[in-house]
Design a protein around this ligand. Structure first.
Ligand code: ASP
Ligand code: MG
Length: 386
């Protein structure tokens, strides 16, 4: 029988009524004859609330204990969903990440999955059960409980799909897939029915939150097609896979950007080591004879204040320019658009503090307050004209 992995995000399981509707969907898939593995996120904003709770106790809580706390969110939803499915007359069982055989490295807060041994899941599927798995978590090879970084339930779903040889992974949330820009910022944004792994990965790395970057990377390596769908408004979907017909270009905005400058290669090495230790994403790194620069996406870091203090203390001469944001174009139109991007921003009097281009992306650094306007401008003048 074909195995399908379904993942439901926090807004899809935000309350008991929604959980019940998710249970109905799972039961329908099971009754249609599929072997179903369901990965769940924590209910609603639970993870944010748990983080805030920890910070009331300690501004920089110990990472290990933070992971102990954060993993409870997904445990609540997995147990409730399993109960709801059983109540509907279908056999189900819930498992934590460690019970599911998700083995990670020993980093806390942003662990990477290194191996999946889903024997217990396979056994329960063979018994005809629906298996519910707590997303976002695993167990390190030292038997410590770890979390996979924000949005990490997507990663759980894809890693399991790959390990189980699933036919596909269905990622359910409150949006019916991927758009050419965030529809809340650009109401006329276009729905993108198909994207390549590379485009989606690049979009996620510059701040698109629809799918987690590491999840897309895993899907690419295993060749698993990702179907991004809306839980409660079925209809359209976006499929992320290897080869697509056409694809499309998207604009992504990101706030909380800091540009750091350091003196030389050795200072750059120190700065990048600290960034990595604190799970702070650094990109667009460049080293020239006058010094080096890098773009830090502080909104994705668990503890920017502590990271900043360490950088200032241990990297002599580091200079940080904050209050920045980025507007990035990813996809087909990129190769010839660099000058158009600069001109379009200029016409709206948005000052580009820096522009970088690679094979699949152009990013303009702007003032944080200008990010939404920059995204609207680039969508209107470049993406919509494609
Ligand atoms: N609950 C976790 C988070 O909010 C993981 C997830 O939802 O994917 O980041
Ligand atoms: Mg998510």
């Amino acid at each position: 029988m074909a195995i399908v992995v379904q993942k439901y995000g926090g807004s899809s399981v935000a309350d008991v009524e929604k959980l019940g509707r998710v249970a109905d969907k799972v039961v329908a898939a099971r009754r249609a004859g599929e072997d179903v593995v369901v990965v769940v996120s924590a209910m609603g904003k639970t993870t944010d609330q748990l983080l805030a709770l920890a910070k009331q106790v300690d501004e920089t809580p110990p990472r290990r204990e933070l992971d102990m706390l954060l993993t409870t969110g997904e445990r609540v939803s997995m147990a409730l969903l399993s109960m709801a499915i059983q109540k509907r007359g279908v056999d189900a069982i819930s498992f934590t990440g460690s019970q599911s055989g998700i083995i990670t490295n020993d980093r806390h807060f942003d662990a990477r999955i290194i191996e999946v041994r889903p024997h217990r899941i396979e056994d329960e599927l063979a018994r005809g059960k629906v298996v519910i798995v707590a997303g976002y978590q695993g167990m390190s090879y030292r038997r410590e409980i770890t979390t996979l970084g924000r949005g990490g339930s997507d990663t759980t779903a894809i890693a399991l799909a790959a390990a189980l040889g699933a036919a596909r992974a269905e990622i359910y949330s409150d949006v019916d897939g991927v758009y050419s820009a965030d529809p809340r910022v650009v109401p006329e944004a276009r729905h993108l029915p198909e994207l390549t792994y590379e485009q989606m990965q690049e979009m996620a790395s510059v701040g698109a939150k629809v799918l987690n970057a590491q999840a897309v990377e895993f899907a690419r390596r295993a060749g698993i097609a990702i179907h991004a769908r809306s839980t409660f408004q079925p209809g359209r979907e976006s499929v992320v896979r290897r080869a697509v017909d056409g694809g499309g270009t998207a604009v992504i905005g990101q706030k909380g950007i800091v540009r750091a400058r350091v003196r030389d290669a050795s200072a750059l090495r120190d700065a990048l080591a600290i960034a990595s230790e604190y799970a702070l994403p650094a990109r667009d790194v460049s080293l020239e004879s006058e010094g080096a620069t890098m773009v830090l996406a502080t909104s994705l870091a668990p503890d920017w204040a502590a990271t900043r203090a360490r950088l200032e203390r241990e990297v002599p001469g580091i200079a940080m320019e904050s209050g920045l944001g980025a507007a990035s174009i990813v996809g087909g139109a990129v190769s010839e658009a660099l000058l158009d991007v600069i001109a379009a921003l200029g016409r709206r009097e948005i000052v580009a503090r820096g522009v970088v281009q690679n094979a699949t992306r152009i990013s303009a650094l702007v003032r944080e307050d200008d990010v939404d306007r920059a995204v609207q401008t680039l969508h209107e003048e470049i993406v919509a004209k494609e």
